[in-house]
Design a protein around this ligand. Structure first.
Ligand code: MGD
Ligand code: MGD
Ligand code: SF4
Ligand code: MO
Length: 752
């Protein structure tokens, strides 16, 4: 008899706890899904997307054997030993001929599977690879850069007890972004003492619930947000005593804001000065404000500047280090692959590498060149860059140019089809997995998920793939793992811990190999096949060392290795997740990592960009009169995790939304077709009349237009593949993040 098994939804960064019933003819279907009330942060909450997870688990493009591309472009199935030895041999050849730094790594984890990234560090170190990237470098790196300069620590909102919630280019009703999102939004909307502000050109579902909707013109947030910030300075509303105690170099910022032409900027942004003033007064009078920005500004013009202006608003309203405001959180482990060597710039374009990530838009340029430092090989894991990153044709050309591309995925994706080798891995319901999206300042929870079924024959988990690659590359000294396994057997965890420390002390270079070493030593000794969790042993001990007080408040007792061991055991023993860190908001002031624990307000290059804003914003042209938002989160989008379009209950074709007045003028029919053309490409799209859109602005949903195998047919495409319409060069000057929300476009009636 089947029983409810705890796991998580893997469709967005919130990773709500779920319980599933497995069954069906082969016993491998997720036949029922419900929210897990025992999950510490989601507490039973789910949105409409989770009930369809069987479309991921039993997706049509699933692969269950390593595949090698033949000269004619078709794929042959090969066995694992051949795959690992050939791949290791070819990667080693690139390393020996051109240098390991020519081997690029992309991915490492999607919305919920972050263990691959933790193990990949070992493989990359064995190869001497140092350049890498992930989807974060096409959305969050500008934000990370500003965050680092101003706070030196990660900060997140506390919406559950904020008096005012401020959403900037973010539609949390659809995209989520904090636990139990819709419940929290509804609570704020219902409470007469709490308010919500939304900055969005579209009247979104979130805007429907807001007290103030600043319906900005697309791409003009820099003007709007600088006018908002300037109002505080020009009206003398800044609490100078607070600023004096907590902020460095405020005068430099105030000087620039003093000369911002507020009314003129309002005109550029299409927002009335009265509404701006009303917003400023609301923020001024609030006891606490929590802010959240997202793709609406991060994939747009002046994106890093707007991330900065957002943070200046935290400063101007005193919204840091208190309940309901912005606060520092303690991540369990850093996101992404960690290796010792972190370059500051990319090798060819000298693009800024932020938090270890090369800007996604730069990568193809650094392959499609004759520069001697170009990348020569690529390992892609848990990501579909050919489809998901700007300029799909450039990515296809780039992968063709490489000596070798290896992709690790559950499915035959658009990227896999352009790879030399494809390694099939277990789905997230077939293996131990976890996410490091643990971003809560007050009660931070971690969820180690157990498999709910065995993987099919022929696939391996990523930790095993990396261990085999490392071994084939000779990355771990022979005998070391045997020796450590023996120590663990004879001396238990404490003796093992000391032995590991001894090994690392003697040979610090082995630090990056630790994940694979732990997987092969501690791993087999863990109960229920939990070997993939072995790397978390190190994460738990490191966390306990850094944040013993936060752990004590979360109910863990003691200090040092005892505390670390307790945390690791708590992860293994709580299949619905565990709270590992509890902090009060005021302690944010002790946890920011700037010189003197004050916020650094001045970022000179961004103040310069601000001072240089023109009196008009970049506009569209006669040739391309519309602004296309290329990638909107809707009720039935989930990146490319669900490949089969059948999962969608609504919006099967992923329609282009257009204001009815524009549509009428162009002679389009609701439910009909249109052709959309950008400087880069063109696509046929379904048309949806939608008065939530302002005139001149159209949107297409993200993650559509996949080439999916449909029952014995050739791959068939449903919806538009957006990145055939986007360009590499349309990107932020500082962070290199793309302007997907601001793509000039032309729309024509499609001939039937
Ligand atoms: N349903 C669903 N949820 C998801 C995902 C999914 O695919 N589907 N993906 C997840 C991922 S990976 C991410 S990164 C998040 C992203 O989550 P969000 O950033 O919230 O999602 P988007 O819909 O891409 O963009 C947010 C808003 O930006 C607005 N916008 C467009 N142009 C502008 C502009 O010029 N200025 C301003 N201020 N706003 C503008 C859009 O109208 C939109 O409402 O969602 C996550 N959650
Ligand atoms: N134009 C435009 N482009 C966009 C966006 C946009 O708004 N507009 N949004 C962007 C954003 S914010 C993001 S985050 C990216 C997302 O784009 P990607 O980084 O490509 O991520 P996903 O679409 O989530 O797909 C992840 C891949 O992981 C695979 N996978 C699933 N489970 C596992 C597993 O357990 N192991 C392995 N190895 N693989 C697995 C899936 O099959 C899929 O191929 O798209 C970006 N692209
Ligand atoms: S997609 Fe919905 S159910 Fe799934 S994790 Fe995100 S909010 Fe939760
Ligand atoms: Mo994302």
């Amino acid at each position: 008899m089947s029983e409810w098994k705890p796991t998580a939804c893997i469709l967005c960064s919130i990773n709500c706890g779920i319980e599933v019933l497995t069954g069906g003819d082969d016993g491998r279907q997720l036949i029922k899904i419900r929210g897990d009330k025992a999950h510490p942060s989601s507490r039973g909450y789910l949105c409409q997307k989770a009930s369809r997870l069987n479309h991921y688990q039993n997706g049509k493009d699933r692969i269950t054997s390593p595949m090698r591309r033949q000269p004619d472009g078709s794929f042959e199935a090969i066995d694992w030993d051949t795959a690992i030895s050939k791949i290791a041999e070819k990667l080693a050849a690139v390393r020996d001929r051109h240098g390991g730094e020519k081997i690029f790594y992309y991915g490492g984890g999607g919305q919920a599977n972050h263990l691959p990234g933790a193990y990949a560090g070992s493989t990359l170190t064995a190869l001497g690879s140092i350049y890498r990237s992930s989807a974060l470098a096409q959305e969050k790196t500008g934000e990370f850069w500003v965050q680092g300069k101003m706070f030196g620590a990660p900060v997140h909102a506390c919406f559950h007890d904020a008096e005012v919630a401020f959403f900037l280019g973010k539609n949390p009703w659809q995209s989520h972004g904090f636990p139990r999102t819709r419940n929290v939004i509804n609570e704020i909307a219902k409470d007469p003492n709490r308010k919500m502000v939304v900055v969005d050109p579209v009247r979104t579902e979130t805007a429907d619930k807001a007290d103030i909707h600043l319906q900005v013109k697309p791409g003009t947030d820099a003007w709007l947000m600088s006018a908002l910030a300037a109002t505080f300075v020009q009206q003398g509303w800044v609490d100078l005593d607070w600023v004096g105690r907590h902020v460095n170099d405020f005068e430099e910022v105030a000087k620039v804001l003093q000369s911002v032409p507020v009314d003129q900027n309002c005109r550029v942004a299409g927002v009335s000065p009265e509404q701006l003033r009303q917003t400023a007064e609301l923020l001024r009078d609030a006891s606490s404000v929590s802010f959240m920005e997202d793709l609406g500004i991060q994939m747009n013009r002046h994106s890093t500047l707007v991330s900065y202006l957002n943070r200046l608003m935290w400063v101007l309203t005193g919204s840091f280090g208190k309940a309901g405001a912005m606060n520092v959180f303690n991540p369990l482990a850093p996101l992404g692959v960690q290796t010792p060597n972190r370059p500051a710039f990319s090798p060819v374009n000298k693009a800024k590498v932020i938090t270890g990530l090369v800007p996604c838009n730069v990568i193809p340029e650094e392959i499609l060149t004759d520069h001697p430092d170009r990348y020569r090989a690529m390992i892609i894991e848990s990501a579909n860059p050919v489809h998901s990153l700007a300029d799909t044709p450039a990515w296809q050309r780039a992968l063709a140019r490489l000596d070798l591309t290896v992709t690790i995925d559950v499915a035959m994706t658009e990227t896999a089809r352009h790879s030399d080798y494809v390694l099939p891995t277990a789905t997230q319901y077939e293996k131990w997995e976890c996410s490091f999206f643990n971003l809560e300042p007050e009660h931070n929870a971690f969820h180690l998920r157990q498999p709910v079924m065995e993987p099919p024959e022929g696939v391996l988990g990523e930790p095993e793939i990396h261990a085999r690659l490392v071994e084939a590359l000779g990355g771990v000294p022979t005998g070391l793992t045997d020796q450590l396994r023996e120590t663990l057997r004879s001396q238990g965890p404490a003796g093992f811990g000391m032995a590991v420390q001894g090994v690392l002390k003697e040979n610090p270079d082995l630090m990056a190999m630790l994940p694979v070493i732990l997987y092969r030593t501690l791993g087999p000794a863990l109960p229920d096949g939990a070997a993939p969790a072995a790397v978390l042993w190190a994460a738990a001990h490191q966390f306990a060392q850094r944040h013993p007080d936060s752990m004590n408040r979360a109910g863990f007792e003691g200090t040092g290795p005892v505390l670390g061991e307790q945390l690791f055991q708590a992860m293994l023993g709580n299949p619905s997740g565990v709270v590992f860190s509890v902090d009060d908001p005021e302690s944010s002031w002790q946890r920011i990592r700037t010189r003197d624990r004050k916020i650094n307000a001045a970022i000179p290059p961004l103040l310069e960009e601000l001072a240089g804003l023109e009196s008009t914003a970049a506009g569209t042209s006669e040739e391309y009169p519309f602004v296309l938002s290329a990638g909107e989160r809707r009720s039935f989008t989930a990146n490319t995790i669900y490949r089969d379009p059948q999962w969608r209950r609504k919006d099967y074709d992923g329609a282009m939304r257009i204001n009815p007045s524009d549509a009428d003028r162009l002679g389009l029919a609701d439910g009909g077709r249109a052709r959309i053309t950008t400087r880069r490409g063109s696509a046929l799209v379904a048309v949806e009349f939608n008065d939530r859109m302002q005139a001149g602005h159209v949107s297409l949903p993200n993650g559509q237009g996949l080439d999916v195998a449909m029952e014995d047919e050739q791959p068939r495409r449903v919806g538009a593949a957006l990145n055939e319409l986007t360009s590499l060069e349309d990107r932020d000057w500082l962070a290199g993040t793309p302007w997907h929300k601001w793509v000039p476009a032309r729309i024509d009636k499609a001939e039937a």
